[in-house]
Design a protein around this ligand. Sequence first.
Ligand SMILES: Nc1ncnc2c1ncn2[C@@H]1O[C@H](COP(=O)(O)OP(=O)(O)OP(=O)(O)O)[C@@H](O)[C@H]1O
Ligand SMILES: [Mg+2]
Length: 157
Amino acid sequence: MKWNCVPLDEEALVDLGRKLSSYVKAGVVFSLSGKLGSGKTTLARAIIRNACNGVGDIPSPTFNLVQSYEVVTGFEIWHFDLYRLNSIEEALMLGLEEALIEHCCIIEWPNLIEQIIPSHSIHIQLDFRDRKRSSLSNQRIITIMTSNPIMASFDGL
Ligand SMILES: Nc1ncnc2c1ncn2[C@@H]1O[C@H](COP(=O)(O)OP(=O)(O)OP(=O)(O)O)[C@@H](O)[C@H]1O
Ligand SMILES: [Mg+2]
């Protein structure tokens, strides 16, 4: 399954995050790809905020690589930012493999762990509308691709 969207401004991207939050389940993986500043964390925050009632600050896990949030007792969202990951081993040390099965994972820079990203991941590509990031830079082109049947009910962007 694949969805292409009209260019989304930040508010529309946050709205997309709200829609995607209904797919937060154990074993669901959102893999967010795109250049620096393309909006990966903005989208991740919107998913987390809508899935976790009353969650406070949602910092970008830039330095600690992962931050977890409780959805209900015993079930969490693990938000990864792997930009500074040194090796796959480091990701395994963080508990990534268990998290991919037991929790819902949102992964920025998934290319660094390509070998262990499940094939049923929900792949989301975020691109700047214009290469030069000039006047239209508040719009992002989003492409969603997945083979996960859970997304069959998704009505697009
Ligand atoms: N349509 C849009 N969608 C998302 N963010 C937007 C949009 N327009 C402008 N922005 C701004 O772009 C920035 C996106 O930053 P964000 O941290 O979400 O990117 P990122 O892809 O996570 O970057 P990094 O690779 O550094 O982690 C924010 O400052 C946000 O306000
Ligand atoms: Mg980010």
